[in-house]
Design a binder for this molecule. Structure first.
Ligand code: DSN
Length: 438
């Protein structure tokens, strides 16, 4: 059994994570306790329903665990209602819409290409964009949410739900302004804080709790828990509809899901306790300091960032002035050099979502490993070197030549001696930073 190839592959993945620098802003590394709970016997149990109202017997202990997870999250955010059963962020948003809207109702969200999420009403190819009527807002000339546009669209289309949320937007979301607009048109305000939950808990981002009706967050990003999600209903939401919590519960089961993942629920309880510690506040403050340092260091090396920097844990490298369609090449070359991030569209994208002009970078994971300002300066230098190495590798303007060009480029990048040299330096640095540290 222990000879199974899967265990060998897990060892390899562990080595990869240890020896590389992870800069994907939605990734993190969990504590040994969260990890332990995830591989526990809790996976053996079916528990459809909610604590003390289950469709299966034998849930006396699972009930206590789920109650603990819900109570800890309620206490952490000071909200009256929590559901910790969503399998992840996308099903959680689906359940929220199922609870708040009828098919065909209007959903107002941030465009994907401007930093929004697929589930915020991305048209045609997503459930949220097909079952509902999606209307999408964008950014202003400074790459900040264009509240004049949000208001104009809200007044014109009378959305049932306004989503204030992001995945690649580097700045603070002003939930108060969203609330004012939602009130003007009688819309529900849903805050998707998946990316910034940890920052909200650590006091480094405006809290949506006084403003939103419903809050959704994944639990594996800056919250630093297992892969999962939670839905919170605020006092405001409960005032508007005292049955809102029940509606969310029914939208999870029977609406959208079956049995909860009990090991995940328990790991959320553990992560919630960890997030309530003073050390977590320190961690989040360092995430922000590291993001500011990295952002300034990259710009000092002549690289452009969308909107001129960051107010959160993430930033977007805009390579459009360096060369045409360089996002994929730079992200791949960074990976070859031992630093992984993801190619991403920039708000002023002129190429395509598949061959974007930017790279999304974030500091949650490296901060969990104990890296600080000095290491951010080193990372910025390596990224700048990578850009220098591949800046001539522009994407062909002829669309039919792009796929083969990228394949050839990747082969070249893997053999590139300068990238290999950076990888050696990265590996040496990572030796002193274990995968998880307070
Ligand atoms: N995939 C997540 C992210 O990377 O931001 C969002 O779903």
């Amino acid at each position: 059994m222990s000879q199974d190839i899967v265990f060998t592959l897990i060892k390899k993945e562990e080595k990869r994570q240890k020896e590389m620098i992870g800069l994907i802003p939605s990734e993190n590394t969990v504590s040994p306790e969260v990890s332990k709970v995830l591989s526990s016997c809790l996976s053996n149990k079916y528990s459809e329903g909610f604590p003390h109202h289950r469709y299966y017997e034998g849930n006396q202990i699972i009930d206590q665990i789920e109650d603990l997870a819900r109570d800890r999250i309620k206490e952490l955010f000071k909200v009256p209602y929590v559901n910790v059963q969503p399998y992840s962020g996308s099903p959680a948003n689906t359940a929220i819409y199922f609870a708040l809207m009828q098919p065909g109702d209007t959903l107002l969200g941030l465009k994907l290409t401007k930093g929004g999420h697929l589930t915020h009403g991305h048209p045609k190819v997503t459930m949220s964009g097909r079952f509902y009527n999606p209307v999408q807002y964008g950014l202003d000339a400074k790459d900040r949410v264009d509240f004049a546009e949000v208001r104009k669209l809200a007044l014109e289309h009378k959305p049932k739900v306004i989503v204030a949320g992001n995945t690649a937007y580097p700045f603070e979301l002003d939930f108060k302004k969203f609330r004012e607009i939602a009130d003007e048109v009688g819309a529900w305000l849903v805050a998707d804080i998946s990316h910034v939950t940890g920052l909200v808990i650590g006091g480094e981002h405006m809290s949506p709790v006084p403003y939103a009706d419903v809050i959704m967050s994944t639990t594996h990003k800056t919250f630093r828990g297992p892969r999962g999600a939670m839905i919170l209903v605020t006092d405001k939401g409960m005032e508007r509809n005292p049955k809102l919590g029940n509606k969310i519960d029914s939208a999870i089961i029977p609406g959208n899901q079956g049995g909860p993942h009990n090991a995940t629920t328990a790991a959320i309880a553990i992560a919630a306790e960890e997030a309530s510690r003073p050390e977590f506040q320190g961690y989040i403050k360092q995430v922000r300091k590291n993001a500011d340092t990295l952002s300034k260091a990259l710009q000092a090396k002549g690289l452009d960032l969308v909107g001129g920097g960051t107010e959160t844990h993430l930033m977007l490298l805009d390579l459009s002035k360096v060369g045409y369609g360089l996002g994929k090449q730079v992200a791949f070359a960074m990976d070859a050099a031992g630093i992984y991030a993801n190619a991403n569209t920039v708000p002023s994208e002129v190429v395509s979502p598949f061959y974007p002009s930017g790279v999304r970078i974030g500091t949650p994971l490296v901060t969990s490993r104990g890296m600080k300002e000095k290491e951010m300066e080193m990372i910025a230098s390596w990224i700048a070197k990578v850009v220098e190495i591949v800046k001539e590798e522009e994407l062909p303007k002829d669309k039919t030549k792009r796929a083969s060009f990228i394949l050839e480029f990747e082969k070249r990048a893997l053999k590139n001696k300068e990238l290999k040299a950076i990888r050696k330096e990265v590996k040496a640095l990572t030796k002193t930073f274990p995968l998880f540290t307070w």
